[in-house]
Design a protein around this ligand. Structure first.
Ligand code: GCB
Length: 604
């Protein structure tokens, strides 16, 4: 069964939103007594009375803000607290508290009462606080955030005890390379809804010739028994003009739009990413209030075959990147400046797509993707999946339930990636991914599913359950380092082998080379800018030969920008496979990629 709705909080005539972003009180329990806060009940009084607090910005990762190595590498709970007022004027309303994301495990208390727990980073959660809130007075929220990853968390990790100079130290290990940033990563919002409210909206869009049919289903929350709501659904275009003659009524219905302005990806239309607004109004007879919720939607069709993926009946070719939500000092914290800059660079370089490697990105990022017409391969947080267990499977499915609930109505999302580089050669992997795939399909039959596969074609046991085969491969980097001359043929034969094995469309979801900006060497040598250039060129040759074979649907460079990793001698200040630096300036290869991506755009 699908989860209850979790619509993004949007202001309207009937809804108010108040941000709790800003500085929060913050403290870390002593390393030798990590449970101190829980044992002593730090949520029952002001944090500053029981511990030494500092001011921590929200949203942000806490790791890179201070100069403390201990905080950067901390494993276990940290505590946040914020006091705020709930206006007396909100007494007639229902009030909700929403976290955009907290990594990894969050416990939230309101006025010392446990309000909710949430496990899993990168996904929103909320709770109604109407009965616990104190209206017209000061309230306070306490949050304990634990970044510990274990074998049954998504993603997985291990805690190991190590001998240090001053005794035993607990260390977090994980097999993926991106730094396990932690904290309150996205905005914390208080928002109101009337007693009877729009709880969820599901849309399903068909485009037939010059007409579009929008099927909608509205879920309504807060109804008393025997109450029949009146529901009205309207459609506005990008200029806020009504686009249908008469609104539809009923909680389920159909809107017919003649000659719609279709949602097209970048380069396939002069006005890509065209967004309409679905305006939903709910009225209950006798209720003093009505609720209005406006959902941005795009009108497009999506369909796939064993060779291609079609939007509005036109086959698409992905050219883009794997990315990260990562920036200096902020870590994985939502930073609108970085979000804006990234999309400017994506436009500049001519990309039409990216994968939200290796976890769901913020609502704010996806809003931009919708509006600018980027194609999104939307990934759940499962990376390097191994040690398959029933508990892991349950959480993995949960991550997809929460992801699909959040993003199901977005036109930019054209594929679900249900894992990155799982150990699909293992015998248990087949049944495990069969179940994850089935779960995803049940929740959303309208989008294809994929996995960024990294094991060999012959040993893979998961591809049969997917609609699109994506593969990550580091020719001339992790294998045959220095052998630029081995790239092209190997990429071609691997893509063909995947297609022959599974008879499905194939794309390359990762390839690249770490590059130290400013390091030049001729002939090209690993880590130099020339080496990255040659690596890309040889891949481009392969892609051009593959494209004419009809089943190859896209190329994704690893990575858009340099990003932070755990410490290892293979990384210099982090992973440097970006075509942009971590502060978002181009490396030499960016100009080269730009030529190709713009030439591909011109073909359409
Ligand atoms: C991979 C992973 C990605 C890494 C990349 C690398 O296969 O999917 O998360 O960052 O390789 O550069 O090692």
């Amino acid at each position: 069964p699908a989860l209850p709705g979790l619509l993004y909080p949007r202001e309207s005539e009937s809804r108010e939103v108040k941000s709790l972003d800003g500085f929060w009180d913050f403290t870390v329990p002593p390393t030798n007594d990590l449970q101190k806060g829980h044992r002593e009940g730090w949520f029952s009084s002001s944090l500053s009375k029981v511990a030494t607090v500092m001011q921590m910005p929200v949203p942000s990762s806490y790791n890179d803000i201070t100069t403390s190595r201990a905080l950067r590498d901390h494993v276990g709970p940290v505590w946040y607290e914020k006091s705020f007022f709930i206006p007396a004027s909100w007494k007639q309303k229902r009030v909700f508290l929403r976290f955009g994301s907290v990594n990894y495990f969050a416990q939230v208390w309101l006025n010392s009462h446990l309000l909710m727990n949430h496990e899993m980073g990168h996904l929103p959660f909320e709770a109604e606080i109407t009965s616990t809130a104190i209206f017209g007075e000061r309230n306070w929220i306490t949050v304990a955030v634990d970044n510990t990853l274990i074998q049954t968390s998504i993603p997985q990790g291990k805690i190991v005890d190590t001998e240090a100079d001053n005794g035993t130290v607990r260390v977090q290990t994980y097999t993926f390379d991106f730094f396990n940033y932690a904290g309150i990563h996205r905005s914390v919002l208080l928002h109101t809804k009337p007693r009877v409210f729009v709880e969820d909206i599901n849309i399903n869009i068909e485009v037939i010739n010059d007409k579009s049919i929008i099927k909608y289903a509205i879920e309504i929350g807060g109804l008393n028994e025997n109450e029949t709501p009146f529901c009205q659904v309207n459609l506005l275009d990008a200029d806020d003009q009504y686009s249908i003659d008469e609104p539809s009524t009923g909680t389920q219905g159909i809107l017919k739009v003649a000659s719609p302005h279709l949602w097209w990806p970048r380069s396939m239309d002069s006005n890509p990413g065209y967004m309409y607004t679905l305006e939903v109004t709910v009225i209950v007879p006798n209720a003093t209030e009505l609720d209005i919720y406006r959902l941005p939607i795009g009108i497009r069709s999506l369909r796939w075959t064993n060779k291609s993926l079609l939007i509005n009946e036109k086959p698409i070719y992905f050219r883009g990147f794997g990315r990260h939500e990562d920036s200096a000092i902020r870590g994985r914290g939502l930073d609108l400046v970085t979000v804006a800059r990234d999309h400017e660079l994506l436009k500049w370089v001519g990309a039409n797509a990216y994968r939200t490697s290796h976890y769901p990105y913020s609502d704010e990022v996806l809003d931009v993707a919708d509006r600018l017409g980027f194609l999104i391969v939307n990934e759940c947080p499962s990376v390097d999946t191994e040690n398959f267990s029933p508990t892991l499977l349950k959480r993995h499915k949960q991550s997809l339930s929460e992801l699909i609930r959040r993003d199901k109505n977005r036109p930019s999302v054209v594929m679900w990636s249900i894992a990155n580089e799982p150990r699909t050669q293992l015998p248990e992997a087949g049944l495990y991914f069969k179940q994850v795939a089935h779960h995803t399909k049940t929740l959303d039959p309208t989008r294809p599913i994929t996995i960024a596969l990294a094991r060999g074609v012959m040993e893979d046991k998961a591809g049969q359950y997917l609609d699109v085969i994506s593969f990550n491969r580091y020719n001339a980097w992790y294998s045959n380092t220095g052998r630029i001359d081995m790239i092209t043929n190997r990429v071609i034969s691997e893509a063909q082998a995947w297609h022959y094995k599974y008879n499905k469309p194939v794309l390359m979801s990762e390839y690249g080379a770490d590059t130290m900006p400013g390091l030049h060497e001729l002939p090209e040598y690993v880590w130099s800018e020339e080496y990255q250039m040659e690596t890309m060129s040889k891949h481009f040759e392969a892609f051009d030969k593959l494209r004419i074979q009809g089943f190859f649907i896209g190329e994704f460079i690893w990575n858009f920008a340099d990003f932070r990793t755990a410490q290892t001698y293979t990384r210099v200040g982090g992973n440097k496979k970006g075509i942009f630096t971590r502060d978002r300036q181009p490396k030499m290869v960016a100009h080269h990629v730009r030529k190709r991506y713009h030439a591909l755009n011109a073909e359409q």
